[in-house]
Ligand binder design. Sequence first.
Ligand code: GAL
Length: 658
Amino acid sequence: MRIGVCYYPEHWPESMWEDDARRMKTLGIEQVRIAEFAWSRIEPTPGEYDWGWLDRAVDVLGAAGLAVVMCTPTATPPKWLIDRHPDILAVGADGRPRGFGSRRHYDFSSPAYFEASRRICAAVAERYGKHPAVAYWQTDNEFGCHHTVVSYSPAALVRFREWLKARYHTIQALNEAWGTVFWSMEYRSFDEIDAPVGTVTEAHPSHRLDYRRFASDEVARYNRMQVEIIRAHSPGRPVAHNFMQLFTEFDHYKVATDLDVAAWDSYPLGALEEQWFAPDIKARWLRSGHPDFASFNHDVYRGMSKLPFWVMEQQPGPVNWAQWNPAPLPGMVRLWSWEAFAHGAGCVSYFRWRQAPFAQEQMHAGLNTPDNRLDVGGKEASQVASDIRTVLAADAGANAAIRSKVALVYDYEAKWLFEIHPQGADFHYPRFAFEYYSALRALGLDVDVVPADASFDGYSLVVVPPLPVVPDDFAGRLARSGAQVVFGPRTGSKTRDLRIPANLPPGALTSVLPLRVWRVESLRPNVTEAVVLDQKSGAADGVARHWRDLIDSDASPALEVRARFADGHPAYVQSGAFHYFASLFDDALTVHLFARIAREAGLETQALGDSVRISRRGALTYVFNYGDQDHTLDNIPDDAFVIGSREVAPQGVAIYRS
Ligand code: GAL
């Protein structure tokens, strides 16, 4: 457990660097990330490198005892490079190249950019690969930020056709898989296939899904190129990438395979504002963020990180980029930091050391104000550093790995598929995955977020949010684990080629869930359907939203109907350890059902409500109070507390030996 910071020596006079480094160290900072946007200073004109300033910056940081995270600067190709190779610019769905003048204006498929990236990465890696102060690396910065995964450039089209050839081998196989006979869309060769854009009405869904799969693979290919170069010049130093919060536009599992550290950038207030949450929820958590939002991301990235995951950028105060940007409540920067450690983080690194008084992000707080005084976030970061010393002194095993009994399956293709084939405008996969996660957290359960091809051995409860395409051996792996398994609606509803399974949904899962979804319907946002549990009649126990799978439950006597919609259709069915929800239920009903199933799985649950959250790591239990009332921890002896006490104040953190 340690803290870090993001620093931009190129933004400040060199005369400030030593003092900055000294103050970082005094504050308790141990690692400093630099240079991710510094290409125009590293290579001011083609082929002429100016290493002097960066050498001195690295030396100053190293001399202060700080470990440097060196970045490749590829998120910001400089003007001269774009002017030389305009085809580096990605092309939008409107057919127009993106403009120079911000960042991420590159196309993952551009051969010119691939080459230029190779060259700059090799130059930086060669220069600093063995520098004693450089301990870690970061590739690029936030792949995909500002909608930059998919490009409709000629270069992307060339590579897409190759990708299709590798996947389908023959054009007949592609025609068959996609079903291009529909609307006379049959192709005679791969060279006839365009990007799925600009069509009169919706482009062919299989075509679109493959384009998304292709674009995702391009990100992985690009990152792998950088990682290989770094490893060749800097053996033994871990390589990270800073992913984004709840970002689903490429398959993060595939990119993370090539990394040592999956890091992510945590901006809980900006996220709350920008995500789907209803206005009352946004107002309720305005200055704290949603109690489960950062945690969900911690658990997503922990699962795919070989070394302990990091928060590479932690919100330190108001940000600049959401529609509205409130200031965090005092204490929240500390709370967010401890929540990351409680979920297994190895480092929490704040963005940024000092607020910039110029350019795009001048309204974004730093640990210091632009006049170089410690801001609230800076003071709280310093408190975190001192807390870490207390915790590690009290328990040398505090850095232990997390062991959860509950797994939540999280899948990137599911997001693309439901976006391409929504059948209901608000069928938003990340939201539904998050709502299941949130329900589990409200029960005090620690959760591992895992891919669909994970091993489920050792878990007592596996929750599968709507997963349209299930791997062939999914049912077998789940059954062998012995876990109770909950499936959300639409699970098993498509084949890999985006067809309805021959036996109807849930397709291959009928081996464990003998049912047949014979019809589906989507519900507009102001409509719900009552749900009644356990053969009762009368008052509803909750409501269903967004969607209904209409289930034929007569297929097998092994199938028990545990809840029905008001019109009699099954809402929740069970077969042995397998539970299927035919809709997305309201929060209270979801929590109630998960609690019941968790008990069947032999797990202990708590009723935490919506503002207190609990995590366990090693022998320590961490308690976070997001609410506005004190929370009292009963039955914990006073001498068990390492941080805080039985009274956990709003925005407070308590850590005790379990
Ligand atoms: C991140 C990005 C940083 C900075 C920050 C502002 O998305 O990686 O460079 O822009 O947001 O919150």
